[in-house]
Design a binder for this molecule. Structure first.
Ligand SMILES: *[C@@H]1O[C@H](CO)[C@@H](O)[C@H](O)[C@H]1NC(C)=O
Ligand SMILES: *[C@@H]1O[C@H](CO)[C@@H](O)[C@H](O)[C@H]1NC(C)=O
Ligand SMILES: *[C@@H]1O[C@H](CO)[C@@H](O)[C@H](O)[C@H]1NC(C)=O
Ligand SMILES: *[C@@H]1O[C@H](CO)[C@@H](O)[C@H](O)[C@H]1NC(C)=O
Length: 437
């Protein structure tokens, strides 16, 4: 008599269940409901918030909202004793808020789940039955799910939004970018991203328009590719000169290029690098047990003037939105609104009139001595003569104008105008489309 197939299958599977059946001890599971009183301390974006029990100084999980009934589950940094505005350094559900009575739960199967009030799963770690036995917020701000051997089956450091904490990495083939937040009130992806690529770190406007990139000569000299970039302290010969830096690892090379941010002012590894709503990159460092001003801004990528060390710094004019929809920027100031009739005083209303599609419906006007925000960090095309550059723009309905350098015969086509940087060099000219009335 043959054994029924189902019994054979059962015998095969049975031992496996026992092997992979590590579960979370009942006492360590939790289920928190988004309900009850709001907290009273100042947090970034001035929201309402509800602190949840998981807390490891100075990190706390909270539900917060900036518009009624639209909550984000997020990790906040700071303590009430600091009396400083506490920043949000990690978020589970940007762009997909939950409502009152949403739940955040860690079940015995090891899955971490954020579900809305109607039980719709909004976010989860997908770690059910993967051997997870514990949940913890580490003192670094990394939220981890561990297995019995202490390995991280999941960690929040692998899903950054707009912030990198100390020890957190961007990785090629992994989480490779930060994406800005749209505005203080709207928690959805904004237009800026900070991306680790094989040959550079880059800042992009709308994913394709590069407005900054690192210049790591080591990357090309060593003919290697970047593998990851970690926010770390770079040690120098002198203890007082230790640097906060983004340290990059290269494949097939021992060279480790770094993006130096600023010297370590405080003995603190509680720092964070933030891609701001404005597309700027800033590093803040935390001084524990300081009242009122626990966060100090140590580094700003696009800034004003010269650095304390007398080095040339990136000017704010390099920020695409510094002068709004359209404007000429010089030394961090918006100094002009270029119109077909000449350059007028800049205001928020400064715009370039949208051209029609047909070549007969528009003409070009010149703006001398300016560059587009993409020019400094992208090669453009060329050598090409200006006529060919122009006809490329003319044939392209979406092209709003082009930027041309006569000294190297290079051409940049612009699909957005935004901020033009004044360069005071007669080899550079912008040609902006304007409708013919
Ligand atoms: C939340 O759930 C409680 C208990 O089920 C219910 O009384 C309350 O009305 C709910 N709140 C909202 C805003 O739906
Ligand atoms: C970064 O890359 C290096 C070299 O491959 C590796 O040793 C290191 O563990 C990586 N760090 C992270 C945080 O991934
Ligand atoms: C920094 O602080 C740690 C403890 O928080 C301490 O062990 C270390 O000696 C301090 N380093 C310096 C240079 O003060
Ligand atoms: C204009 O730019 C070119 C090429 O970058 C440079 O050689 C030249 O010196 C600049 N002229 C002025 C007036 O700055």
């Amino acid at each position: 008599m043959a054994t029924p197939p189902s019994l054979i299958l059962f015998c095969f599977l049975f031992p496996f269940f026992f092997i992979s059946d590590a579960t979370v001890p009942a006492a360590d599971t939790f289920r928190y409901v988004n309900t009850g009183d709001f907290g009273e301390f100042d947090s970034e974006y001035n929201p309402n918030y509800r602190p949840l029990p998981p807390f490891t100084t100075p990190f706390q999980l909270c539900f917060y909202n900036t518009t009624p009934n639209a909550y984000t589950l997020a990790l906040r940094m700071g303590t009430r004793r600091d009396r400083s505005v506490m920043p949000w350094v990690w978020e589970a559900n940007r762009g997909d808020p939950v409502r009152e009575n949403a739940t955040f739960s860690f079940a015995s199967d090891g899955n971490l789940i954020l579900a809305d009030a109607d039980n719709r799963i909004v976010w989860q770690t997908n770690t059910a039955n993967k051997g997870v036995i514990g949940f913890e917020i580490l003192p670094t701000g990394n939220i981890v799910l561990r297995d019995a051997n202490g390995n991280f089956i999941w960690q929040s450091f692998d899903s950054p939004t707009d912030t990198l904490l100390f020890g957190q990495s961007l990785q090629i083939g992994g989480p490779n970018k930060l994406v800005s937040r749209a505005s203080t009130t709207e928690n959805v992806n904004g237009v800026y991203s900070f991306v680790l690529e094989p040959k550079r770190l880059g800042l992009y406007y709308k994913t394709t328009m590069r407005y900054w990139s690192s210049s790591f000569t080591e990357v090309n000299n060593a003919n290697g590719n970047l593998v990851n970039a970690t926010l770390e302290i770079a040690e120098t010969e002198y203890v007082d000169n230790y640097f906060n830096s983004l340290r990059c690892r290269l494949s097939n090379s021992v060279v480790e290029p770094t993006l130096d941010l600023d010297i370590l002012r405080y003995n603190s590894t509680l720092s964070y690098l933030r891609l701001g709503i404005d597309g700027n990159l800033r590093l803040y460092s935390y001084r524990q047990n300081t009242r009122g001003n626990a966060w100090s801004l140590l580094f700003t990528l696009f800034d004003r003037g010269v650095s304390e060390r007398g080095e040339e710094i990136e000017d704010e004019c390099q920020l695409p939105d510094r002068c709004g929809k359209f404007g000429v920027c010089e030394k961090s100031q918006c100094v002009g609104c270029p119109t077909p009739e000449g350059v007028f005083a800049w205001s928020d209303d400064c715009v370039a009139k949208l051209p029609g599609c047909e070549a007969s419906s528009f003409r070009y006007y010149e703006v001398k001595g300016v560059d587009h925000f993409t020019v400094k960090y992208s090669a453009g095309t060329g050598p090409v003569n200006r006529g060919d550059c122009e006809s490329k723009c003319t044939k392209d309905c979406k092209c709003l104008g082009y930027f041309y350098h006569t000294d190297r015969s290079r051409c940049w086509i612009a699909y957005e105008l935004k901020t033009l940087t004044r360069v005071r060099n007669s080899t550079r000219t912008a040609y902006i489309k304007t409708p013919i009335r």
